[in-house]
Design a protein around this ligand. Structure first.
Ligand SMILES: [Zn+2]
Ligand SMILES: [Zn+2]
Length: 242
């Protein structure tokens, strides 16, 4: 991964005007990742070793189920459960026998059990890829004036992605470029927040009897867009556009 991740997805994410470019990238990676862990991958030993060891978080289990590949999913879960049981069983047996009774011992048991379900392969893949795409983003920003202009015209970065982007900008851009970046990233965020506020105001008004906003297309998805802008992609936005 690292710097050699292709630039096309970053360009696409900056050019689209529906949502935060990093949320757009994250959603793309999430979909690809969920699809990758089912299908043919279920039969690939190295992927099975990884899914057995790490498993998935609740939201990504829901996405895996939504793929409707019940046979592949069942095979994967069968061996994942086996491995989780193998880790949990000694702890549970020790608890049952009373050999992990009391205070620090029971806390240790709790910690061990918590560790069994502390990872998610999709979340880890999203985190690693977004980090690599951020590097690609800053490389394009440094080298390509067209990219800088597209970013300045694009959708604002959400408040979930903004802090990390600012910290990274301090390391990856220097002098005038950093100043220009801070101006662009702040102006687009302000603009997107203002638009989200107007859309939510319209949605709130639309509930009043006889409201002029009853059929205002901007009300559609306003709630979801408002949440996404604060917390990162929480709701899918494909059908949220006004
Ligand atoms: Zn975002
Ligand atoms: Zn996850």
């Amino acid at each position: 991964m690292k710097d050699h991740l292709e630039t096309a997805p970053v360009w696409d994410a900056v050019r689209q005007t529906e949502r935060c470019p990093f949320c757009a990238l994250r959603s793309m990676i999430e979909k690809q990742s969920v699809e990758r862990f089912l299908g043919g991958a279920v039969m690939e030993p190295d992927i099975r070793i990884r899914t057995n060891a790490a498993g998935f978080c609740s939201p990504h289990h829901r996405m895996l189920m939504a793929q409707k590949d019940y046979h592949g999913y069942a095979l994967m879960m069968d061996t994942r459960l086996k491995e989780a049981r193998a880790q949990a069983a000694p702890v549970l047996s020790a608890l049952a026998k009373g050999s992990l009774f009391g205070g620090r011992n029971t806390d240790k048991a709790a910690r061990k059990l918590r560790e069994i379900t502390s990872r998610c392969l999709v979340c880890e893949s999203m985190r690693d890829h977004v980090k690599a795409y951020r590097e690609t983003f800053f490389r394009l920003y440094r080298e390509d004036g067209t990219f800088r202009a597209a970013f300045a015209q694009g959708h604002g970065v959400c408040l979930n992605d903004l802090p990390e982007l600012l910290e990274e900008a301090g390391k990856r851009l220097s002098g005038e470029q950093q100043r220009g970046f801070l101006e662009a990233v702040s102006n687009t965020a302000l603009q997107s927040l203002e638009t989200a506020q107007q859309d939510l105001d319209a949605l709130c008004s639309s509930f009043h009897v006889g409201s002029e906003h009853k059929n205002n297309p901007r009300c559609r998805g306003a709630l979801e867009r408002g949440v996404n802008l604060l917390r990162g992609s929480t709701f899918e936005t494909e059908e949220l556009q006004p």
